[in-house]
Design a protein around this ligand. Structure first.
Ligand SMILES: [Zn+2]
Length: 257
């Protein structure tokens, strides 16, 4: 059995349904045909309208994966910058120590010698602490560099998968687009086959934003097949006279029985 894009065989079901009930007149018959094509076209059009959002969602996921890598990379960059700053500060103190050591050779007074020597020792202690702190940062940099490689590999794998999904989606998009164009042509053909006043009425009701179905059969107990409210006896008698159009007084849909 040939199925349409939604895995649903409108034609077969509609034909079966119609076979069970005599068609009251050619207006209704042609409008049921229009409605069937309209339904197929509307579904495809709706899918087409929603399609860019599906592609954007995949793009957004790709951007999020890249952002995850970028934030790991930024963390590494900031640690490297921090380490460079630490080294500069340490070197400035080491230069001071070198200057003080040169001064020591020229100092005559013992007290001054002791004071400068103490300052050299204090600064040397500071330098050792700074070296330790630098080492810790270097270890962090090394481990971050190692993990960054695996983050990159994970991100590359995820992006490759998302690109594959995006490619599949684009193929699906092209298919929906061509099916939608074909459905539009079928709808136009159905409009062309229907009597002009019936088409005008159908388009008018559709244009009011009424959702499908707008051509509905009167069900058991004289209930409108659209709004399920009771159709008046006046409208029912018009239907039995094969008048066209007969509208539901409650919802404005085109009735047939
Ligand atoms: Zn109704």
């Amino acid at each position: 059995m040939q199925k349409n894009a939604f895995g649903y065989n409108n034609r077969i079901e509609k034909v079966t349904m119609r076979a069970n009930f005599p068609i009251v007149n050619k207006h209704i018959e042609s409008l049921l045909n229009v409605q069937e094509k309209d339904s197929a076209y509307s579904t495809l059009k709706d899918m087409l309208v929603k399609f860019p959002a599906r592609l954007e969602a995949v793009d957004a996921r790709m951007a999020a994966v890249e952002k995850r890598y970028d934030s790991a990379f930024e963390k590494l960059s900031s640690l490297e910058a921090k380490r460079a700053d630490m080294r500069l500060s340490r070197r400035a103190i080491e230069e001071k120590i070198t200057k003080y050591k040169i001064q020591l050779a020229e100092i005559k007074k013992n007290d001054d010698y002791i004071a400068v020597n103490a300052e050299i020792e204090r600064l040397s202690g500071e330098v050792s602490k700074m070296e330790e702190a630098e080492l810790e940062v270097m270890f962090s940099i090394d481990s971050l560099k190692a993990s960054l490689a695996s983050v990159r590999a994970d991100c590359d794998a995820e992006i490759a998968e998302l690109k594959r999904q995006a490619d599949e989606l684009k193929i699906e998009g092209n298919r929906i687009e061509s099916e939608c164009a074909a459905a539009r042509r079928e709808l136009d053909a159905a409009f062309a086959l229907a009597p002009a006043p019936a088409v005008e009425l159908y388009k008018k009701i559709r244009g009011m934003g009424r959702k499908l179905p707008i051509v509905v059969q009167v069900k058991a107990d004289a209930l409108c097949g659209g709004c399920h409210l009771k159709v008046s006896s006046e409208q029912l008698s018009k239907l039995s006279n094969s008048d066209f159009p007969v509208l539901c007084e409650h919802c404005g849909r085109i009735l047939w029985s």
